[in-house]
Design a protein around this ligand. Structure first.
Ligand SMILES: NC(=O)c1ccc[n+]([C@@H]2O[C@H](COP(=O)([O-])OP(=O)(O)OC[C@H]3O[C@@H](n4cnc5c(N)ncnc54)[C@H](O)[C@@H]3O)[C@@H](O)[C@H]2O)c1
Length: 354
């Protein structure tokens, strides 16, 4: 493994960089704020494949009109608990945040609600949306589809995305919520691109090359496919995410979602599916609280296996990263900072300060 140099940037400066870049492209202040917060949140959590290094490609697509800077997002109330949302090719952060708000509002009245979203774009780290829901005391399942990179099990043709599913339940103590956020691939594609930028090999079992052979070379892996977790089981989950997010919502599906890094003749047409539930609906608030706390303790106090220091809840490592990085700053690869600062120069905005 190559030794890497890092530069530490404060979350405030990372936010300022993202906000300025987006407003330069005509994105409104409130939408730029939402997107910049989502990107910096990913960097704070340590999900740096989905942080501010995505800004140049978002801005390029905004400039080309492939992402709408000022989308007219429409909400069609199919039933009191089911909203169909047309994102008008807006930034995925803005579209998905709107969809979360709509579903959470309805769930307050009806106990649960769903939003199905078409004509959206890449929405970054899925945790950003379940966090918004658990912060208001509700549980959520958030799904998206993505451009093709993962094959149906047994094939070498990419058809499905490494699209994540995120599931959140609020911890009534206010801390340590259940925040599972996972792609059905062994590794997110961003991790393969990160290894390529860093000049590192990827582990065996992450990807096949274009000929369908196992590879540890990230530059061959990006020409091939990423492998699902658990073989046919992960591939089946990727298919289900594509059905929920794409097939039933009217968004692209079965390979039709455009790759934001490669397809420049049309918008992406990403789909999302959001389910919000009042977690107290069956047992009431007091019993939910008692049962959740008992459940949490049973997990975090489970005895560690050999070689393991501590047992975590899903999302806990990212939450702890965030606490630390809010204070100490965010370490970015020096190469990534250089690239972002060249971009800042082209845009006429101040560079990141390290
Ligand atoms: N928008 C998109 O199209 C897209 C596509 C792919 C991935 N992503 C994002 O990329 C990110 C990375 O995805 P990933 O699948 O590589 O995530 P990951 O493998 O790093 O983590 C998956 C889950 O496992 C949990 N986890 C990890 N180690 C743990 C431990 N020791 N104990 C308990 N829980 C643990 C994490 O908290 C997380 O909830 C996610 O935020 C995802 O939303 C987005």
């Amino acid at each position: 493994m190559t030794s890497q140099k890092f530069r530490v940037v404060s979350h405030r400066d990372a936010y300022r960089f993202a906000f300025d870049s987006l407003t330069k492209q005509g994105v409104s202040g409130s939408d730029a704020k939402n997107t910049a917060e989502g990107l910096v949140d990913a960097d704070l959590c340590g999900v740096d494949t989905h942080g501010i290094q995505r800004i140049p490609i978002y801005c390029q697509r905004l400039e080309l009109g492939l992402i709408s800077a000022n989308p007219r997002i429409t909400v069609d109330n199919i039933t009191p608990v089911c909203a169909h949302i047309d994102g008008d090719d807006g930034l995925g952060f803005v579209v998905a945040t709107k969809a979360v708000e709509v579903a959470t509002d309805r769930a307050k009245d009806f106990g649960f609600a769903i939003s199905g979203i078409k004509r959206s774009t890449h929405f970054g780290m899925a945790r950003f949306y379940i966090q918004q829901v658990v912060d208001s005391g509700f549980a959520a399942i958030v799904m998206t589809n993505a451009s093709p990179s993962l094959p149906p099990w047994g094939s070498k043709r990419p058809i499905f995305g490494t699209s994540p599913i995120a599931i959140g339940f609020p911890n009534p103590s206010g801390e340590n919520h259940f925040l599972l956020d996972m792609a059905p691939s062994v590794a997110a594609r961003g991790k393969i691109r990160k290894a390529m930028r860093a000049g590192e090999r990827i582990p065996e079992g992450w990807a096949l090359d274009a000929e369908g052979r196992h590879t540890t070379d990230p530059s061959e892996a990006v020409k091939g496919v990423v492998l699902p977790i658990g073989g046919p089981k992960g591939s089946g989950i990727a298919m289900a995410l594509d059905i929920f997010s794409g097939l039933i919502t009217g968004a692209g599906f079965a390979g039709a979602v455009g790759d934001q890094l490669k397809v420049f003749d049309r918008p992406q047409n990403v789909g999302h599916f959001i389910f919000v539930l009042n977690p107290e609906i069956f047992v009431g608030p007091d019993e939910y609280k008692a049962r959740f706390l008992e459940w949490e303790l049973s997990v975090v106090n489970a005895p560690p296996a050999e070689g393991v220091k501590r047992v975590y809840l899903p999302g806990q490592i990212e939450t702890e990263n965030k606490k630390e990085r809010l204070v100490k700053g965010i370490p970015y690869l020096e190469k990534d900072v250089q690239a972002l600062n060249e971009f800042a120069d082209e845009c006429g905005i101040p560079p990141l300060t390290c």
